[in-house]
Design a protein around this ligand. Structure first.
Ligand SMILES: Nc1ncnc2c1ncn2[C@@H]1O[C@H](COP(=O)(O)OP(=O)(O)OP(=O)(O)O)[C@@H](O)[C@H]1O
Length: 264
């Protein structure tokens, strides 16, 4: 492992005896003179929920883009299920078990909810027959609470239902790892609670989850383990309760939301 003193690895807790489903080793990404992600290393274990947190500009989205294959790293290595995927396309990573759901939900609005998820099922496994994809899609609508809306136009869903659709579409590709990019953004507290339950259900189905989130109560309730980034590097890792007490983390947040969130 390449983690140095400025890039400690998060202490693995859950399922740490099992081989990692996703392993980042010394990942870096440079944009011109800016090192947006610097020497980031961590493991994600089977059925684990891992949060990546950090103040604005810490490098979280860039890291997610390195994991999903939007960007190639300037340095480092990424493995999915023990296989080196550092130079593979997004599509190949998807076929190897990496799914991603976005903060800005982008369904095909003119298609029905069922059709949207069917597209995901067809994309995730080339050669899947349409009937098989529709069946898988319907099962996922049941699992994500969208079955009653299967024949609605995706355009007619509310925000929480949109988020459910985004997760269902990502799950349709049959991932072993699901990346979630601030999917709670814009939800009211009650809706966020439902979304937390949805993500727990995803984990219970055997999928590991890595998520970026700014809402600290969500991180506290959902994450088995938290990796904290600041200025591109990992500054802390551990359980939520461990990391929010780290002086470097409190300093990075300037005593803001992290300390507030430990009080309740
Ligand atoms: N495509 C790009 N080109 C140049 N600089 C970029 C690019 N993408 C991100 N950056 C810069 O990299 C740094 C990390 O940005 P990133 O979006 O990854 O942070 P973040 O932790 O996701 O922030 P936020 O919480 O505000 O979304 C920032 O300084 C940002 O301006």
């Amino acid at each position: 492992m390449t983690a140095g003193p400025l890039a400690p690895r998060a202490a693995p807790l859950a399922n740490a005896g099992s081989p990692a489903v996703l392993r980042a080793q010394g990942l870096s990404k440079r944009f011109g003179g800016l090192l947006a992600v610097s020497n980031v290393s961590f493991d994600l274990f089977p059925s684990e929920i891992l949060a990546i947190i950090g103040p604005n500009g810490a490098g979280k989205t860039t890291l997610l883009n390195l994991l999903s294959g939007v960007y190639r790293p300037s340095a480092g290595r990424l493995e999915i299920g023990g296989q080196d995927v550092t130079n593979l396309s997004m599509e190949k990573r998807c076929h190897l078990g990496l799914g991603r759901a976005f903060q800005i939900v982008r369904p095909f609005p003119e298609m029905t909810v069922l059709e949207n998820v069917t597209v995901g099922a067809l994309f995730g496994k080339p050669g899947t027959k349409l009937a098989e994809a529709r069946e898988r899609a319907y099962t996922l609508l049941e699992r994500t609470g969208l079955a009653p809306h299967a024949e609605k136009s995706a355009h007619d869903l509310n925000l929480l239902q949109d988020k459910r659709l985004e997760v269902a579409r990502a799950l349709a590709t049959n991932p072993t790892v699901l990346l979630l990019d601030e999917v709670m953004a814009g939800l009211r507290p009650g809706e966020a609670t439902e979304a937390v339950e949805l993500v727990r259900g995803v984990r219970e189905s055997g999928v590991s989850v890595l998520f970026i989130e700014h809402i600290m109560p969500v991180v506290r309730d959902l994450a088995d383990r938290v990796v904290v980034m600041d200025a591109g590097t990992v500054i802390a890792g551990g359980t939520y309760q461990e990391v929010v007490r780290e002086p470097r983390v409190v300093e990075a947040y300037l005593g803001g939301e992290v300390t507030d969130a430990t009080d309740d």
